[in-house]
Ligand binder design. Structure first.
Ligand SMILES: N[C@@H](CCC(=O)N[C@@H](CS)C(=O)NCC(=O)O)C(=O)O
Length: 231
């Protein structure tokens, strides 16, 4: 049995879904549009967060750990250029790759904190930590821009890396939600070019991220939000 628990909007889970598609693995989609009770979540992971992934006897949470597991366990790749990387972290650049990935995940955490606080009633302009979190997003983009070689490369040249996938999922999440954050992507030309290329990839198109605001309970096949009450 292979299964993934995720919410429709989670950028962390979207990145894992894209990796599963790149590897070509079938899995049961345990999709939630809204957040369930603490007890239900705790049955899947002590962090009370998604994604959680089951593979046979193994249960994994934390999206980076799931991604690392998938790349190292399943060598098969979709025939598409550039192919999904064979490893999460290159042996000859392990510390650099780990640092870059952690920094990308810090971007995702800041973005989802802003989002979750907004939908529970606190906006950026009312809270100093959220304002700081929004500034963090720009500083991280600035640093990542400096770490891309050119406008045609991802974070591991010649490969689609988990770094590329998670950064795209996090940035597009911020852009798809009315969070009050302007990322000014035009300033980050290498990052913007990378994300535009990834938008065209089948695995990204098959796992779209759509506009969400309170009241959205699902989507039409073309991404039009379906409203059905508060969430
Ligand atoms: N570090 C975690 C973050 C996952 C995360 O923040 N998931 C969000 C959805 S995007 C969540 O489950 N939030 C509910 C909560 O934090 O209580 C990972 O990489 O998996």
């Amino acid at each position: 049995m292979r299964a993934l628990l995720f919410t429709s909007g989670s950028p962390f889970a979207r990145a894992v879904r894209i990796i599963l598609d790149e590897i070509g693995l079938d899995y049961e989609r345990r999709e939630e549009v809204t957040t369930p009770s603490v007890e239900q979540r705790a049955a899947a992971a002590p962090t009370l967060q998604v994604p959680t992934f089951w593979d046979g006897e193994l249960t994994l949470w934390e999206s980076g750990t799931i991604a690392e597991y998938l790349l190292s366990t399943y060598p098969q790749r979709a025939v598409v250029e550039p192919p999904l990387a064979p490893q999460a972290f290159r042996a000859d650049a392990a510390w650099r790759d780990k640092l870059t990935f952690s920094t990308i995940q810090a971007f995702g955490t800041a973005a989802t904190t802003i989002s979750q606080m907004k939908w529970t009633g606190v906006t950026i302009d009312e809270n100093a930590h959220l304002e700081r979190s929004a500034q963090k997003l720009i500083h991280i983009l600035d640093w990542l821009e400096d770490h891309l070689v050119d406008r045609n490369s991802g974070f591991q040249q010649g490969w689609l890396s988990i770094h590329d996938i998670f950064l795209a999922a996090h940035v597009r999440f911020v852009q798809a939600r009315p969070l009050g954050v302007a990322l000014e992507l035009k300033r980050f030309r290498k990052v913007a070019a990378l994300l535009d290329r990834l938008d065209e990839r089948e695995s990204f198109k098959a796992n779209p991220i759509w506009w969400w605001e309170p009241g959205v309970i699902g989507y039409e096949p073309d991404g039009t939000p379906i409203y059905g009450g508060e969430t």
